[in-house]
Design a protein around this ligand. Structure first.
Ligand SMILES: C[S@@+](CC[C@H](N)C(=O)[O-])C[C@H]1O[C@@H](n2cnc3c(N)ncnc32)[C@H](O)[C@@H]1O
Length: 200
């Protein structure tokens, strides 16, 4: 009899580690945030989420995603090329797989099924060491996430995100955050000033 080895979602994800996650990991390490509190806005299949949990054993990470098709972008269309519709992706399966893997990480890993802007209200200001924005990629969506989440990052922490090569993302980041930089792999990053709040 031939035995068929089941490949767990977690093992599959491990094979899909991306350059994006590696650059994000380097950003976290270079700023000494590896033992900190982080939020990932837009989790999708969990590739980056679990990469970071595996890479940094003392990192606490909350992932926020609706895992729902359709009207999730700021314009409400769900089809904007900036928002991406994810119609081909089994989003509910991704959510179930991620939740099944969460217990292995104990209290330091959590997910919130919510629109990102709504989820921001669940946390006090300056709660996070780093927030990674990778959800609604429309101009309006990125602006809304920056507005909602910037104050949730402590002074000296990092607000960052993905897809700075997209015109919608680039415009939102450039208009909202003076002094942002690109550590690589189309990631944008902004260090929240230590003292006072810098004008955008
Ligand atoms: C590009 S994927 C995230 C990829 C993930 N960060 C990674 O690195 O593997 C974008 C995700 O954001 C979610 N999303 C889009 N707009 C959202 C919103 N307004 N609130 C919550 N989730 C949203 C989508 O469901 C999708 O799973």
């Amino acid at each position: 009899m031939v035995s068929v080895k089941r490949i767990s979602p977690r093992s599959r994800r491990r094979k899909r580690r991306t350059a994006r996650a590696a650059v994000l990991g380097a950003l976290i390490r270079d700023h000494g945030l590896q033992d900190g509190i982080m939020a990932e806005l837009g989790v999708f299949r969990g590739d980056t989420f679990f990469y970071l949990l595996d890479r940094f054993p003392n990192l606490s990470l909350v992932g926020v995603d609706t895992w729902e098709w359709g009207a999730r972008d700021a314009k409400g269309t769900g089809q904007d090329d900036g928002a991406r519709s994810y119609r081909e992706s089994p989003l509910p399966d991704f959510e179930a797989d991620i939740r099944a893997d969460l217990p292995a990480y104990g209290a330091r890993a959590a997910v919130l099924k919510s629109r990102t802007v709504d989820a921001a209200r669940s946390y006090p200001d300056r709660h996070f060491d780093i927030v990674f924005i990778d959800a609604d990629h429309t101009y309006e969506g990125v602006c809304a996430d920056i507005t909602a989440w910037r104050g949730k990052v402590r002074p000296g922490g990092i607000l960052c995100g993905h897809d700075i090569d997209m015109p919608s993302v680039r415009a939102a980041v450039t208009e909202s955050l003076a002094g942002w930089f690109c550590p690589g792999e189309v990631i944008w990053a902004y260090r929240v000033p230590e003292y006072g709040v810098a004008a955008p």
